[in-house]
Unconditional design. Structure first.
Length: 513
């Protein structure tokens, strides 16, 4: 848990002075985004962080919006000017975020020069301090008649955080910075010549938001033929409608779904993905099912250079979710604690707190949670989340105690176990004839042990003919195991576990002897 941030933190002040108040100089390259990506790829061994920052999309979207100038400019800004300037700001801040996270300064000369380069390199020496500009609202103040100088007023959503010696999150700030930026067009393109932070605007207070009332009995849902990353590209409303009717018929009251980042960001697929999401929400509402959307599923990287693009993703998916009356709550990330060792627990927590803050600005009326892989992770961010949720695949004998411990941590907030399940394929030939029965028995025992939870969700509706190797790996044994968690077999018939789900509400509400 992050302790309260002191008002006068010297380390954060140091980065603010060296980065926020210093004269910074950025360039936007005259080459295209595709060429820039190619250059990054050529140096991928040394500068892997930059290649990762751009790898999910064909090009980096601009993380700025424009307001009209307060007064007449000496030379009007064209659409092309705004596009170039927006990308200059976006790419520059991404490069700086990468540098502060890695200490590698090789890309700074592509974006900074003069005293700004010196200041940026100095800031990179403090390896514990991070700064990421997530989004900027720009208004032109001055444009020279020859088109060589632009001054912009900006309101920039900015995160600053510190990691301690063990890599844990030590301090965290998310602010709206009021800045004034001077850019000059030089031989190699636009460069950010001066950048001053004039003031900090407090973020609006976020009122506590409760999830939809009532006990939730749910299913984690993918169609049988298009699980994981194939769900949105292969979305079929007729198949989804039939599946949701089946889910309703099994006694479930809710579904949990997964929204991968790429289809909702790529301009070629974004419109269809958003439209399909709205369709799914309505199909669920027609059947009186609530929905728990889980964001950023299978996120490949927590590199700070990707965070601004992550906020653009939130700006795409949250408005339709906020408009749907049957969204119970939003799960920001599926099992991020699995990434603690790989990406660093402090960095992952800082990312989660950043996405939570950005989400609350975009859709303040939605309740938010994080779907922890383990009950032991529940203390992380319990102070900030509206709902506490975790997955329970550990030994059944400990399920009751884990729920009780999480209840104490939640301090009155609702607690949901958003994944439980058992594969009907054991991997042992001698056990195969009874594996469907064993699956049903295990899930029934776990539901009984989780009495008192505000909701429990079973993984998953279908057995899958094929599983996504990006999600489960290439081990033949694991793939077979993961293919057989469903309530419905590959031939379309119900397995015994379906009957257990029909009694789940009763099992969860029974009084413990």
């Amino acid at each position: 848990m992050t302790r309260p941030v002191p008002r006068d933190n010297r380390a954060l002040t140091r980065i603010a002075l060296s980065v926020g108040l210093a004269l910074l100089l950025l360039t936007v390259s005259a080459i295209s985004a595709a060429t820039l990506l190619a250059k990054a790829s050529e140096r991928s061994v040394t500068y892997r962080f930059f290649d990762e920052a751009l790898s999910d999309l064909p090009e980096t979207p601009s993380a700025v919006v424009w307001d009209a100038p307060a007064r007449r400019l000496g030379r009007p800004l064209t659409d092309a000017d705004r596009d170039q300037l927006g990308r200059t700001m976006t790419m520059g801040w991404q490069a700086l975020a990468s540098t502060l996270a890695t200490g590698v300064t090789a890309y700074l000369p592509d974006h900074f020069s003069g005293v700004a380069l010196e200041r940026s390199e100095l800031a990179a020496q403090d390896r514990d301090a991070r700064m990421v500009v997530l989004h900027s609202r720009l208004s032109p103040v001055y444009h020279h008649r020859d088109g060589s100088i632009v001054q912009l007023r900006s309101e920039a959503l900015t995160v600053r955080f510190l990691l301690d010696d063990a890599g844990q999150l030590d301090e965290f700030r998310l602010t709206q910075d009021q800045t004034l930026t001077l850019l000059m067009k030089e031989t190699k393109g636009w460069r950010l010549f001066g950048h001053v932070r004039n003031a900090v605007k407090a973020l609006p207070p976020i009122a506590p938001v409760a999830p939809k009332p009532g006990l939730l009995v749910g299913i984690n849902y993918y169609p049988s033929a298009s699980p994981w990353i194939r769900f949105w590209p292969d979305f079929d409303a007729d198949i989804v409608a039939r599946d949701l009717s089946t889910i309703k018929g099994m006694g479930a009251t809710s579904i949990r779904i997964f929204l991968q980042r790429a289809p909702f960001l790529d301009p070629a697929t974004r419109g269809k993905a958003v439209g399909d999401l709205i369709t799914l929400l309505q199909l669920a509402a027609d059947r009186d099912l609530t929905v728990i959307p889980t964001l950023f599923d299978m996120k490949p990287s927590y590199e700070p250079a990707t965070w601004a693009t992550d906020v653009l993703y939130l700006q795409t998916v949250l408005p339709p979710l906020a408009a749907a009356p049957n969204v119970a709550f939003v799960d920001l990330k599926n099992e991020p604690d699995i990434d603690f060792e790989r990406a660093g627990s402090g960095t992952v927590e800082a990312w989660l707190r950043t996405m939570l803050g950005a989400a609350q600005l975009i859709a303040p009326d939605l309740p938010y949670t994080v779907g922890w892989a383990r009950a032991a992770s529940a203390p992380v961010m319990s102070d900030a989340l509206n709902v506490i949720s975790y997955h329970d695949y550990q030994d059944i004998d400990g399920s009751r105690d884990r729920l009780a411990a999480v209840r104490l941590i939640a301090a009155g907030k609702p607690v949901y176990v958003t994944e439980i399940g058992s594969s009907s394929w054991s991997g042992l030939p001698m056990a195969l004839p009874g594996s469907n029965t064993a699956q049903a028995t295990e899930v029934e025992n776990r539901l009984t042990a989780l009495r008192g939870a505000d909701g429990v969700f079973v993984w998953t509706l279908h057995d899958f003919p094929q599983v996504d190797v990006k999600a489960v790996g290439r081990s033949p044994w694991v793939k077979r195991l993961q293919s057989n968690f469903g309530l419905i077999a590959a031939d379309g018939t119900e397995k015994p576990i379906a009957a257990v789900l029909r009694r789940a509400k009763t099992l969860l509400m029974e009084t413990t002897p």
